[in-house]
Ligand binder design. Structure first.
Ligand code: UDX
Length: 461
C-alpha cells in the first residue's frame, strides 16, 4: 500500500487566511493526502474553542492534524497591532517551524512532501528549500492584488507610487489593457491604516515577496472568468477557486473559524420569504465607530426588510478588535437577527438571502459571487477597495455607498441603496450568470478542478 502524501499547511494569523487554506486542506484530503495544519498558538486556541462541543469532523483520526507554534509575543500582548505581530512572527517562527518539522520526522515518523505557505509567511519557502522538500505559496487575495504587487517597479517608474509604496497623487491608471482602470485607492498596501501603516506592510511582505525566490507554483482562490487579465499577467499563478466548503449537514461547524458560529441563523432564515433577507457581515477585523454603527442600524430600520447582521464581539471586551458600539434607542430591530459570528457560507447559499452588505474581503467576495448574491460594498481596509472596484465596475454585480461631506454613510443612503440593489434585475441576472460560470470551474473538466489535479499529481511525484 502506498504511503499517503503529507502536506504541511502554514497559515498566517488572519481569518481570511486560515479559512481558504482549511478548505484547500479539505480538498487535498479528498485526494488522499494527510495534512498538518499549522497556526500560531493564539489562533490555534481560537480555532479549537470555536468548535464548541461539536467537533465537526475534527477527530484524532482526522486526516487534518491541527498543530501550533508560538508567535513570539507574550500571552497578554496586543495582537491587533499587526505590525508588531508580523515582526515577531518573522523573528521567532522560522526556527520553531524547523524544529516542528524535525520533531514530526523523528518522533512521529512523518515525512513531509510539501509545505503550502500563506504569502504573509513566505519566508518558509527558504525552509522548504533548505530541507529539500517542495514549497508552494498560497495567495489569499485576488490575482489582481498580486499583479499590483508584481508591478511595483513599474508603478514607481510611472510616478504612481513613491519608493515607500504610497500613491503620489490620486489618479486613475491601468496596469495593461487587459485590466480594468483602477484609481490609487486600489493600491491595497497603502490602504492598510489603521491596522497597519501603509509603508509598514509594504516593507514587511510586499518587499519580502520581491526578495524571496519565486516558487514553482502560486495557488490562488480565483478563476479565469473572474480575473482573466491578472491570471495571464502573473506567471505560474494557478487558480483553484472558488474555494467553498462542503457540509454533511446543517449542524456541522466549519473547521478553522476564530469565533463560534451561531447556527440558529439557519433556522431563522428558514422562516423568511425567498430572496428577502439583507445579510450584513464585515469580516474579521472591521471596526465601526459608534456614530456610523448607529446610522447603519437606523438604515436597516428604515429599509423595513428582514436582515441578518453579524456584529463581531470578542469574549475579551478589552480587545482592540472588539466593536465597542451600541445600538441607538430608536432601533427596534423587530425584523432582524443580530449574531456575533455566522456560518457565512451556509448563510450565503440560503434561498432567503437577497443581498450581501459586505466589507469585500476576498473570501467574502468569492463566497458571495459563487452564490449569485448581489453586493452592497462597504470596504474598510487593504485590498477591499480594489475588490469593491471589481464587484461594482468590472463585474457590475453590486453597488457602493456614498458618504456625506463628513465621511458618514447616512441611514437614508443605506435604505436607498438597499432598495436600489434589490430592484435592479440586471445586477441580479449578471450575478446569476457569474455564479454558474464560477461553479463550472469546480466540475469535472473545469479549470480549477483540472488545476488541482495537476497540482496533486506534482505533489505525488
Ligand atoms: C482579510 C481581508 O479582508 C481579505 O481581503 C484578505 O484577502 C484576507 O484577509 P477578512 O477581513 O477576515 O480577511 O475578510 P474575508 O476575506 O472576507 O474573510 C472572512 C472569512 O470569515 C470568510 O471566509 C467568511 O465566510 C468568514 N465569516 C465571516 C464567517 O464565517 N462568519 C461571519 O460571520 C463572518
Amino acid at each position: 500500500m502506498s504511503v499517503p502524501t503529507t502536506v504541511l499547511v502554514l497559515a498566517s494569523p488572519g481569518q481570511g487566511h486560515v479559512n481558504p487554506l482549511m478548505i484547500l486542506s479539505q480538498r487535498l484530503v479528498e485526494y488522499g493526502c494527510n495534512i498538518i495544519f499549522v497556526n500560531t498558538e493564539s489562533i490555534h486556541n481560537k480555532v479549537i474553542t470555536s468548535m464548541g462541543n461539536q467537533e465537526g469532523g475534527f477527530t484524532e483520526q482526522s486526516r487534518i492534524k491541527l498543530v501550533s507554534i508560538p508567535d513570539g509575543l507574550g500571552p497578554d500582548a496586543d495582537r491587533s497591532n499587526l505590525g508588531e505581530l508580523l515582526d515577531s512572527i518573522m523573528k521567532s517562527m522560522p526556527a520553531k517551524l524547523e524544529k516542528l518539522i524535525e520533531d514530526l520526522r523523528l518522533k512521529d515518523g512523518v515525512t513531509l512532501s510539501c509545505i503550502v505557505i500563506d504569502v504573509v509567511v513566505a519566508w518558509a519557502l527558504e525552509i522548504a528549500r533548505k530541507i529539500g522538500i517542495k514549497g508552494v505559496l498560497f495567495y489569499p487575495s485576488s490575482a489582481t492584488a498580486l499583479a499590483l504587487q508584481h508591478s511595483i517597479p513599474k508603478l514607481i517608474e510611472d510616478g504612481i507610487i513613491d519608493s515607500n509604496g504610497l500613491p503620489i497623487t490620486q489618479k486613475t491608471f491601468q496596469l495593461s489593457p487587459s485590466f480594468p482602470p483602477m484609481d490609487t485607492t486600489c493600491i491595497w498596501w497603502a490602504k492598510t491604516y489603521p491596522l497597519l501603516h501603509g509603508n509598514e506592510i509594504f516593507n514587511q511582505f510586499v518587499h519580502l515577496m520581491q526578495t524571496v525566490e519565486p516558487p514553482e507554483w502560486w495557488l490562488c482562490n480565483s478563476t479565469p472568468d473572474l480575473e482573466p487579465g491578472a491570471l495571464s499577467y502573473t506567471p505560474k499563478l494557478l487558480p483553484i477557486g472558488p474555494l467553498l466548503r462542503s457540509y454533511e449537514d446543517d449542524k456541522e461547524r466549519s473547521l478553522g473559524q476564530f469565533w463560534e458560529e451561531d447556527l440558529s441563523c439557519i433556522n431563522w432564515l428558514d422562516q423568511q420569504p425567498h430572496a428577502s433577507v439583507v445579510y450584513l457581515a464585515f469580516g474579521s477585523s472591521t471596526l465601526f465607530d459608534n456614530k456610523q454603527f448607529a446610522e447603519l442600524a437606523l438604515g436597516l430600520e428604515l429599509a423595513n426588510r428582514p436582515f441578518l447582521w453579524v456584529v463581531r464581539q470578542d469574549s475579551d471586551s478589552d480587545s482592540d478588535y472588539n466593536n465597542k458600539v451600541s445600538l441607538p434607542n430608536e432601533f427596534k430591530g423587530n425584523q432582524g437577527k443580530i449574531v456575533k459570528w455566522a456560518p457565512q457560507q451556509k448563510v450565503l447559499s440560503h434561498p432567503a438571502i437577497a443581498c450581501f452588505v459586505s466589507h469585500c474581503g476576498w473570501n467574502s467576495t468569492i463566497e458571495g459571487l459563487s452564490n449569485g448574491v448581489p453586493f452592497l460594498c462597504w470596504p474598510y481596509f487593504a485590498d477591499q477597495f480594489l475588490n469593491k472596484t471589481y464587484i461594482c465596475d468590472a463585474l457590475k454585480v453590486g453597488l457602493g455607498f456614498d458618504s456625506d461631506e463628513t465621511g458618514l454613510i447616512s441611514h437614508e443612503e443605506i435604505k436607498d441603496k438597499v432598495d436600489k440593489v434589490l430592484k435592479d434585475g440586471n445586477i441580479r441576472s449578471r450575478a446569476h450568470v457569474l455564479k454558474e460560470k464560477l461553479l463550472n470551474n469546480l466540475k469535472d473538466g473545469g479549470t480549477s478542478s483540472e488545476n488541482l489535479n495537476k497540482f496533486v499529481k506534482w505533489l505525488n511525484e
